[in-house]
Design a protein around this ligand. Structure first.
Ligand SMILES: Nc1nc2c(ncn2[C@@H]2O[C@H](COP(=O)(O)OP(=O)(O)OP(=O)(O)O)[C@@H](O)[C@H]2O)c(=O)[nH]1
Ligand SMILES: [Mg+2]
Length: 361
């Protein structure tokens, strides 16, 4: 029976990084792994990143899994038909109420799928903002979504443990015990691999799946999503002359983006971009307004120069669109000709799930 693993958690918490690591580990054990990404719009950095690992990657784009249960189920079925033995799916980071709208409907309508406990990843800084009441620039309704994600989780994993001191780890463990005394919780690092084997082994035999359905105020949930401007763009790029360095250019692009949003103090959900040029492919991420732009080179099978830019920022879609169009016409154009191919900028609509269970199955 095909195993199905859902990894939720807010924007930038590390889901795609964990999916990639878990897929590598399972593939090394000889398992055929399928992956599913999800977004409000197509052209995803995540899909391109995950296409390097696993047997097949499918994208459910245009709405979240909950609002397009059938699209999600079709993607799972299609990967099963292609021979996937384990499927790992990443719902949109601003999505919650998954136990009521995905896990319990799957248990009822797709009893043949071997569903594992709902895992929710949390960034440690966001965890302190939600549970530890440290100052936050995040809209209160977006914080409400993050709290719901933890409340409904079968497993809460505080990710990025490699960035934490021993004292911070102890503080997190104490807060987890106090706030979620009945839940299975832990610390992992999707980056270094710490805790991934233990998590994977444990969830694959566990039986507590979709155990917690929590009441959700859909007005607050809708507002928490609507405060985010959402932008997915792609462009073909061409070096003007001589050698260009993909990671240097990408860092310049995201640094310039960060400098602009700092002027309006617009908190970041997640800004991520891929640039393939000069025979190299680099990826860059920014997960908070005053965070550090993380840039790294990644393996690629494609030598087609391209830029993919995905931004989820606490600002209006109109302002976000203007900012990114100006940026693409400015920062990197001394070295690159940039031709925008696709450009979608939107505000997520009100969530309207296909199914919503009120009790666990
Ligand atoms: N230091 C550290 N960074 C991490 C870890 N896991 C992920 N990151 C970084 O966090 C950023 C976001 O990671 P992603 O895996 O793209 O996050 P995500 O949850 O998939 O984000 P969305 O798809 O936008 O919801 C990237 O810069 C990752 O390299 C970790 O364990 N440690
Ligand atoms: Mg992701």
């Amino acid at each position: 029976m095909t195993k199905l693993i859902l990894v939720g958690g807010f924007l930038g918490s590390g889901k795609t990084t964990l999916l990639a690591e878990a897929a590598k580990k399972l593939t090394a054990e000889g398992k055929a792994v399928g992956l599913i990404t999800n977004d409000q719009a197509p052209e995803l950095v995540d899909t391109r990143l995950l296409s390097r690992v696993g047997k097949g990657v499918l994208e459910v784009a245009g709405s979240c899994f909950c609002c397009n249960f059938n699209g999600f189920a079709d993607a799972v079925q299609s990967l099963i038909t292609q021979g996937a033995e384990t499927i790992i799916a990443e719902p949109v980071g601003s999505c919650t109420d998954l136990s009521a709208t995905i896990l319990n409907p799957v248990k009822k309508f797709q009893p043949d799928w071997n569903l594992t406990p709902l895992t929710v990843l949390v960034d440690p800084n966001r965890f302190f903002e939600i549970v530890g009441n440290t100052a936050s620039q995040v809209d209160p309704d977006a914080l409400y979504i993050m709290k719901l994600q933890m409340q409904e989780a079968d497993r809460i994993l505080i990710n990025k443990s490699d960035t934490l001191s021993a004292a911070e780890k102890t503080k997190i463990q104490d807060l987890l015990k106090k706030e979620f005394p009945d839940k299975s919780t832990g610390l992992i690092s999707a980056k270094t691999g710490e805790g991934i084997d233990a998590w994977l082994n444990e969830i694959q035999t566990a039986k507590d799946v979709g155990t917690k359905i929590v009441p959700v105020d859909y007005d607050r949930y809708a507002h928490g999503e609507a405060v985010l401007g959402w932008l997915n763009a792609t462009a073909t790029v061409q070096a003007k002359a001589g050698q260009v360095n993909a990671s240097v250019l990408l860092k310049a692009l995201l640094d310039a983006f960060q400098a602009e949003i700092q002027k309006s103090s617009s908190e970041v959900g997640h800004v991520k971009a891929i640039l393939n040029v000069g025979g190299k492919e680099s990826v860059a991420n920014l997960t908070s307004l005053n965070g550090v732009v993380d840039v790294r080179d990644v393996e690629t099978k494609s030598d087609k120069p391209v830029l993919i830019f995905n931004a989820r920022v606490q600002m209006s879609p109109e302002s976000l669109e203007k900012l990114v169009r100006n940026l693409l016409a400015g920062t990197i154009t001394q070295q690159l000709d940039v031709k925008i191919e696709t450009f979608r900028c939107l505000m997520p609509g009100r969530p309207n799930p296909t199914h919503r269970f009120v009790e666990t199955v």
